[in-house]
Structures are given as structure tokens and as C-alpha cells.
Design a protein around this ligand. Structure first.
Ligand SMILES: Cc1ncc(COP(=O)(O)O)c(C=O)c1O
Length: 434
């Protein structure tokens, strides 16, 4: 017998209202309506409790409604919410803190509100700084849904039926090693997909490359992690081709991968690093880290954002940084991530439907297939698992180039017992599949 019969009566009422009045273009979710959250747990409007493997969409890194975070936001809301571009103590001190913790070449911080705004600003500034107009991105990549970000997307779903995208954007294969676009394996490929960039430049560009943009791991495409050394080699390629390097850490930053920033794993020095999601841990906040030498060519008034850098967002981000320091969340991400990955990889060995479990820290993907030999994507099996998990008290969701990957991304405050309990639920559900 499942623990919950979903949707519960109150959830059912709201879901019907949602179908009637909401625009209905948001992604499919489990059948309950969220009421409140605490730490790594959520409760629905019927009082059912869930362990959260989503953190929103990798947002609530310090956990839901952390009391210190809440108090800092409440305090700031009562003092000042928006003086637009006037500097505030919260904004300038946050910029200083961000410069101090990001790679040493990144000595300028521009505060924004959303991840799309940050990636868009990075590409725009790269074009303005270099005087060149072409941007290279990767198959499967996701950088947001605004104009330039959509043009940089490497997945049809992001641009489906929206007509022509901006010119000057070309894509190259990413290191999706489980499904290598060249049918090679990492031990013998010599980063063939990366070398293919030269072909892309020669065949699809005018040679006026402003920048290359990539996520350190591809989130929306299904938590695809390139092999060790791939990002460093890409950075070298950018240097050799005089292209700026944009490392989109909107999703990866703030501890997700077991390091504060994914760039740290290979000591990378991107020219632009868009940051979002976890920085505000629920309060819309983003920033673009870049270099003063790049910013020096911009004139006053060339960039702005109505709510970017507002003191509430900045107070939230300060509180997030304090919590990271006090509670060692980066270490917890690495430790809990290693435990959960081990458990899920063991499960993959027992199940004919889990083709791959991959990840770093507390960001992992479980890729569902109909057959391990053919690797045929199996989104319908995955949805049976996701729906059954909800009835057992585990909140999870789907991503993936083929829509067949469960995201495993709990808040970074998750403890050992909760992590174990959540893996037990997933194991029960997967092993019960017919
Ligand atoms: C890597 C990456 N870049 C950019 C974005 C866009 O962020 P936002 O939805 O805050 O605009 C996302 C969102 O999922 C993302 O994962």
C-alpha cells in the first residue's frame, strides 16, 4: 500500500484551479501542491510530508526556510527594498565577498535577478568587449529562456516553434560520454568532441568568435559531467582562439558539486561566470562575475537591472554565505553526495532500467532506459518511478535531453539519516517495477 493517496483533497482542488487559471506552460510535476518547507523536507497542503530531492530547481541550497536566512530577509525587508542603482552597504559588501571567493581573475561583480539575465549579460558584454559577434555553445546546453540564451540553447525543446533565433550562435557536441556523439569512450577519445570545435569554427562561423559558453556540467540535459580535464582543455582552446570563456555556474555554484564553485575542481579562470539559483537560496538573486579589465571599456549606464542588487536579495545572499561558513555545507555536499551516489549506483546494478548514475556532490542524475544494451531512453518508466516516489514521500522531478533523467539534488543541509531514508524509498520503488 502506498503511504499517500495523491493528490489529496486540498491538492486536487488547487490542481484543478491551476489547470483552469494558470498559463499551463510550466513543467510536469508530481501530483501535490506544496504548502511549506523546512530543511530538506516539504509538506503539501494536505499535510503529507516529503523528502526533497529537487531544492526547487537546485535553488534552496541552505534548505527550505532556514531560520537565519529568514531572519536576515525579514530584517532587510523592513529597512529598505529597492533604491535601484544607488549603492547600498548590502550590495557593495556582497560584491566584495563574491570577488574574494570566486577565481582570482574575477575581480568585478554585477548584481542581477535571474540566471538568464546573467548569461544574457555575459554574452552581450563579450560581444561588446571583443567587437566580435559569434558565440559558440554546446549540444544539450541550457542558459535560460531569453533571446540570446535561447539562441545558445543546445536543445530543440528550448526553441521549439519560436521561429529563427539570433544569428551568430553555433553549437558543438558536448562530452555526453554515456551517449558519445562519436561513439567513442573517454579512455580512447582524446576529447574528440572538443577537437571538433575546430571543424565547427571552420564550417559554421565567419571566424569572429566573441566567446564560448558552457555549463561546467549540463543540468537541463540530464546532469551530464564532462570527463576530468575537459573543461581545462576547453579553456585552453578559448585562449588559443582569442575567445572569451563563459562558465555558466547559475546552477553549479554555491556548493552543489561538492566545491563552492565547479570551477574549483580544475582551477579554472573563466572571463565571465554567471551565478544564480543557490546564491539567494529562494530569493531571486543572480550575479555576473567578470574582470575589471573587461568592464573598463563600458560606460556608465550601459548595463542595469531594476531589481538587480536590491538590498533584500543581497541580504539573502549574505545570509547564505554565512550559513555555508557556519554549517560547512560544501563539505556536507561532498560527503552526502558520495554516500547517495554509492547507494544509487548499487541500485543501478540491481535494476535493468537505470542505465547510468552520475554526478558530483549533491547533484546527480539517474538515467532511465528500456534496455541497458541499446540505451533506449525510457521517460515513461521514469515517470512511473517519479509518481510512485511521491506516494511514498519522496519529491523528485525530471530533466534530460531525452526527458528520462531523475534529478537528485536535495538541499545541501540534508543529513545522513534523511539521505538514507530517501535512497531507501527510491530503492523500494525502482525494485518494485515490473
Ligand atoms: C545553467 C543555467 N543557466 C541559466 C539558467 C537560467 O536561470 P533562470 O531560470 O534563473 O533565468 C538556468 C536555469 O535553470 C541554468 O540551469
Amino acid at each position: 500500500m502506498p503511504k499517500y493517496d495523491l493528490p489529496g483533497p486540498r491538492s486536487a482542488e488547487y490542481l484543478e484551479m491551476s489547470d483552469t487559471y494558470e498559463a499551463g506552460a510550466t513543467s510536469r510535476q508530481q501530483q501535490f501542491v506544496v504548502d511549506h518547507g523546512e530543511g530538506a523536507r516539504l509538506w503539501d497542503v494536505d499535510g503529507n510530508e516529503y523528502i526533497d530531492w529537487t531544492s526547487g530547481v537546485l535553488v534552496a541550497n541552505v534548505g527550505h526556510c532556514h531560520p537565519y536566512h529568514v531572519a536576515a530577509i525579514q530584517n532587510q525587508v523592513a529597512r529598505l527594498m529597492n533604491p535601484y542603482d544607488f549603492p547600498t552597504p548590502e550590495r557593495v559588501t556582497l560584491a566584495k565577498r563574491m570577488v574574494e571567493i570566486t577565481p582570482p581573475n574575477l575581480d568585478a561583480c554585477f548584481m542581477l535577478t535571474t540566471g538568464s539575465e546573467a548569461t544574457e549579460a555575459a554574452m552581450r558584454m563579450a560581444k561588446r568587449y571583443t567587437g566580435r559577434h559569434e558565440i559558440i555553445s554546446f549540444y544539450g546546453g541550457f542558459h535560460g529562456r531569453t533571446g540570446m540564451a535561447m539562441a545558445a540553447a543546445g536543445k530543440q525543446g528550448t526553441k521549439f516553434r519560436y521561429g529563427p533565433v539570433l544569428t551568430g550562435h553555433v553549437q558543438s557536441p558536448f562530452a555526453y560520454c554515456y551517449r558519445c556523439p562519436f561513439d567513442l569512450t573517454p579512455d580512447m577519445c582524446d576529447f574528440k568532441c572538443l577537437r571538433f570545435l575546430n571543424t565547427v569554427v571552420k564550417t559554421q562561423t565567419t571566424g569572429a568568435i566573441a566567446a564560448v559558453i558552457t555549463e561546467p556540467y549540463q543540468g537541463g540535459a540530464g546532469f551530464i559531467f564532462p570527463p576530468e580535464g575537459w573543461l581545462s582543455a576547453l579553456q585552453t582552446w578559448c585562449d588559443e582562439h582569442d575567445a572569451l570563456f563563459i562558465l555558466d555556474e547559475v546552477q553549479a555554484s554555491f556548493g552543489r558539486t561538492g566545491r563552492m564553485f565547479a570551477a574549483e575542481h580544475e582551477d579554472l579562470r573563466p572571463n565571465f561566470m554567471p551565478i544564480g539559483k543557490g546564491i539567494g537560496s529562494g530569493i531571486p538573486t543572480a550575479c555576473l562575475m567578470t574582470e575589471q579589465r573587461i568592464m573598463s571599456i563600458f560606460e556608465r549606464g550601459e548595463a542595469s537591472s531594476t531589481t538587480g542588487g536590491n538590498p533584500v536579495s543581497c541580504a539573502a545572499a549574505h545570509a547564505v554565505l554565512d550559513i555555508f561558513e557556519r554549517e560547512n555545507l560544501v563539505e556536507n555536499s561532498a560527503k552526502m553526495g558520495a554516500y547517495m551516489k554509492g547507494r544509487l549506483q548499487e541500485l543501478a546494478e540491481k535494476s535493468p532500467y537505470i542505465g547510468d548514475v552520475r554526478g558530483m556532490g549533491l547533484v546527480m542524475g539517474m538515467e532511465f532506459v528500456a534496455d541497458k544494451a541499446t540505451k533506449e531512453p525510457a521517460p515513461e518508466i521514469m515517470w512511473r518511478v517519479i509518481d510512485a516516489c511521491a506516494t511514498e514521500g519522496l519529491c523528485c522531478g525530471a530533466v534530460g535531453f531525452y526527458g528520462n533523467v531523475i534529478r537528485v539534488a536535495p538541499p545541501l543541509v540534508i543529513d545522513q539519516d534523511t539521505a538514507a531514508e530517501s535512497c531507501d524509498i527510491m530503492e523500494r520503488v525502482v525494485l518494485a517495477l515490473e
